[in-house]
Ligand binder design. Structure first.
Ligand code: BGC
Length: 509
């Protein structure tokens, strides 16, 4: 049996130690986040590299070489260029549905392995690309990897983690996303200095490192007890539960998982089941969390930070530099979230961040509106720094709220019977809206100019009101007890739960 440190808590939590196995499993699984983050961060820098543009997007290259030709806001408005970034998310959203069956039938571990393999092959295509088709095929394969990884990893983490640190362990995934983005920004910074035209190839090729880590990691980890039990491997599930919890008597938790699996097994059509009244609250929240997460506008910054900073008048080098700073703020603020999410709770983080994101974005909109016009840019050094600070403040508040919680809350609020399908709808929605932002942002910037930041801040206002009234607190609630302890007690959502008592078998009501 694995040794452990840490003790159990009361309050409905099951007895569990924080065993090395839990920690290693989570680190391994979270390396998938590294891969996702690297893909997010790498495209912005690559698409501002002259050699890359010259080879694949000569029209944009021409515009870049003749700065007087276009409005400050429109230099990079090119559908093909946006497709390079966004094709990954389009592929990911389609892959999610297959991934939902694979997490259910093959388990979390196997789904992570499939993701790792997609990542490896996609990286080879990208790094070796000598035409646009290879480039896009590579991005599509990476997208399939993202669809599988983002489906399996948050589920894996939430199921393996002891309740009292579930939030923190789950956010490891997000932490790795942010580290991936930062590393990508740093690598772009380095490779953009190469003069032999290989910079973009190295940037895209280094994605092979996290891809390999995820592939190997998923061979080493054990599958979750919930997944094993759900697939009928009761003894194996119990044995794994003992190992990951570091104790001998796991019966209370084991029985609860067995019961949840029994209910889950009665589900014939998982997606139709999701529409049942009792699953609607978690479904609505799962979907809205993703829509809102993307409409904070975070990816306008994550994908296009170097381009955005160039729009603001920074030189190519200075803009990559600023992107590195926002990347660092993103990582550090995610750590803040890990430390406080299980103490302060989910709602407090979302509400505080709502206010901070709103003020920061309004600030950016006003400064840009006054100073950056179509053909003139009078931002100057001082105000330029102010914009970078405001963007950092926005990124920081996103990183301790909607960033991690967008993944955490859906992974912990669905009942087991709806968890795989629910998670896949959440990932699907996330990818769909990420795709929309990736595909539309540069055109929106060109049309709406600085007003785009007013647009995002209006969304932040809406999501903060949604949080006030409709997002329940889920900290310290065991994952299979959400119905009783969260939904049935919520002022609004409780009316969706009556049918649970009538339909669900005894012991689970
Ligand atoms: C989001 C990504 C975003 C990243 C930024 C993630 O939670 O899903 O779309 O780029 O956070 O750190």
């Amino acid at each position: 049996m694995a040794g452990g440190f840490g003790v159990s808590t009361g309050g409905g939590d099951f007895e569990a130690k924080i065993t090395p196995l839990v920690i290693i499993s989570c680190i391994m699984a979270a390396s998938g986040g590294l891969m996702f983050g690297y893909d997010i961060g790498i495209s912005g820098g690559v698409t501002s590299m002259p050699d890359f543009l010259k080879k694949f997007f000569p029209v944009v290259y021409q515009k870049q070489q003749n700065p007087g030709l276009d409005s400050n806001y429109c230099k990079y408005d090119n559908q093909g260029l946006q497709l390079f970034t966004s094709s990954l998310y389009l592929a990911a959203l389609m892959a999610t549905f297959v991934a939902s069956y694979s997490t259910k039938m093959l388990g979390r571990k196997m789904t992570m392995l499939i993701a790792g393999i997609f990542f490896c092959v996609g990286t080879v295509f990208n790094a070796a690309a000598h035409n646009l088709a290879m480039l896009i095929i590579g991005r599509i394969l990476l997208g399939c990897g993202v669809g599988f990884a983002n489906q399996a990893i948050p589920l894996f983490l939430s199921e393996v983690a002891p309740t009292r640190i579930r939030g923190a362990l789950n956010i490891l995934f997000q932490l790795n996303i942010t580290i991936g983005i930062l590393v990508a920004n740093l690598i772009n910074y380095g490779t953009s200095k190469l003069t032999d035209g290989t910079g973009w190839r190295i940037s895209l090729g280094l994605a092979g490192v996290p891809a390999f880590m995820l592939t190997v990691g998923s061979l080493i980890v054990v599958d979750t007890p919930n997944s094993l039990i759900q697939r009928g491997q009761l003894e194996a599930g119990k044995a794994v539960l003992k190992r990951i919890r570091g104790i001998d008597n796991v019966d209370p938790e084991y029985l609860e998982i067995v019961e949840a699996s029994r209910v889950a097994a009665e589900v014939k059509n998982p997606f139709r089941n999701l529409l049942k009244r009792r699953n609607q609250p978690s479904l609505i929240i799962g979907i809205m969390m993703q829509v809102f997460q993307q409409f904070t506008g975070i990816n306008a910054i994550m994908f296009y930070a170097p381009v955005l900073f160039q729009t603001l008048g920074f030189k190519s080098d200075a803009s990559l530099y600023s992107a590195v700073i926002t990347g660092l703020v993103n990582v550090l603020s995610t750590v803040v979230s890990i430390v406080i999410v299980d103490k302060a709770g989910r709602r407090m983080l979302l509400l505080e961040a709502g206010v901070q994101m709103f003020l920061s974005q309004m600030g950016v909109a006003v400064v840009m509106g006054l100073k950056v016009k179509d053909t003139t840019n009078t931002l100057g050094h001082g105000l330029g720094i102010l914009v970078v600070i405001l963007i950092c403040s926005f990124v920081a508040s996103f990183a301790w709220s909607w960033g991690p919680l967008g993944w955490l809350i859906p992974s912990e609020t669905f009942a087991l019977e709806a968890r795989s399908a629910g998670q896949s709808i959440a990932v699907f929605t996330n990818m769909l809206f990420t795709f929309i932002i990736a595909q539309a942002f540069l055109s929106m910037l060109c049309k709406m100019k600085s007003g785009i930041f007013f647009f995002f801040s209006a969304w932040v206002l809406v999501m903060t009101l949604f949080t006030v009234f409709l997002i329940p607190e889920t900290k310290n609630v065991p994952i299979e007890e959400m119905n009783d302890r969260v939904w049935k007690k919520h002022w609004f959502w409780k009316r969706f739960m009556d049918e649970w008592d009538m339909e669900a078998p005894k012991g689970h009501a």
